[in-house]
Ligand binder design. Structure first.
Ligand code: ATP
Length: 256
């Protein structure tokens, strides 16, 4: 279980996200939504201990600030929005980096690590690119390679910052389906930011909407996703429809 209690975080004395309190039960999915600059990435960075925070963030009762780097890497898989990819690595080499926290001192990856990585690459439709150097990938392929490294990490908590950016609708859906299956099979806890509000509502158990660094709504997707909120916080003309399965569909409305 991830517990975020009265957390504020920012950069060089400037607060970017303030006073956030939310509990994410083990095996559940929290989507952090809100307009550009709302503080979504900063909140994920705080959980990943990549920016300092006040308040407390605990994972299974342990403050994330007290975890060693290695323990943190075993427990938290973090896919930043714009990761810097090392040059000179193939997709397989890069995904294997996700296994590093599980290896003994100076140990090399074994057959089981290679098998696991091959499986993750296949699930992300990257098997045919396994030997390709990272700089030669398309934007969507790079994005999936980053997810491959994080999934190979087999951490109990996944922090996914805009995981579907640059992915076509089919690859976005299969990536979210894959994360969903991990969650259901292994009890992986997921915190993601998502700009696609319809996808956020379909996959997450709870939504946390931020605006100006503050929580403006939290709860089940059907409660949080209203046309009035989308208009007020995103400045968008939108309708919120209900799909046959009961999930919310947020659709923009053209002017005029
Ligand atoms: N490294 C940084 N140094 C200084 N300010 C930053 C830094 N990163 C983000 N900020 C600022 O913090 C605020 C929140 O940014 P953050 O990236 O958390 O927003 P976001 O909700 O993820 O936005 P987006 O949807 O555009 O990705 C913004 O005002 C941003 O300019």
């Amino acid at each position: 279980m991830l517990e975020i209690n009265q957390v504020s975080a920012g950069y060089r004395g400037r607060i970017a996200v303030a006073d956030v309190t939310v509990t994410v039960p083990q095996g559940s999915w929290l989507a952090v939504i809100g307009p550009n600059g709302a503080g979504k990435s900063t909140l994920l960075k705080a959980v990943a201990n990549a920016v300092p925070h006040t308040g407390t963030i605990t994972l299974s009762g342990t403050p994330v600030t007290t975890l060693t780097n290695r323990a943190r890497a075993r427990q938290i898989g973090y896919a930043p929005q714009t990761p810097t990819l090392p040059e000179g690595l193939t997709v397989t080499d890069y995904a294997l980096l996700g296994r590093t926290p599980h290896l003994g001192f100076l140990a090399r990856e074994g057959t089981s690590d290679l098998t696991l990585v091959a499986d993750v690459l296949a699930r992300l439709d990257l098997a045919h690119l396994a030997d390709r150097p990272l700089p030669t990938l398309s934007g969507g392929e790079r994005q999936r390679a980053v997810l491959a490294r994080v999934l190979a990490q087999q951490a109990g908590l996944l922090l996914l910052d805009e995981p579907t950016t640059g992915l076509d609708i089919g690859h976005a859906q299969s990536l979210l389906d894959l994360v969903d299956r991990l969650r259901l099979a292994d009890g992986t806890t997921v915190v993601s930011t998502l700009h696609d509000l319809t996808l956020a509502g379909q996959y997450a158990d709870q939504l946390l909407m931020l605006d100006g660094g503050r929580v403006v709504a939290a709860g089940a997707p059907a409660e949080v996703l209203t046309a009035e909120r989308v208009s007020r916080h995103y400045g968008a003309r939108a309708e919120v429809l209900t799909a046959p399965d009961g999930s919310r569909v947020v659709t923009p409305v053209r002017a005029g």
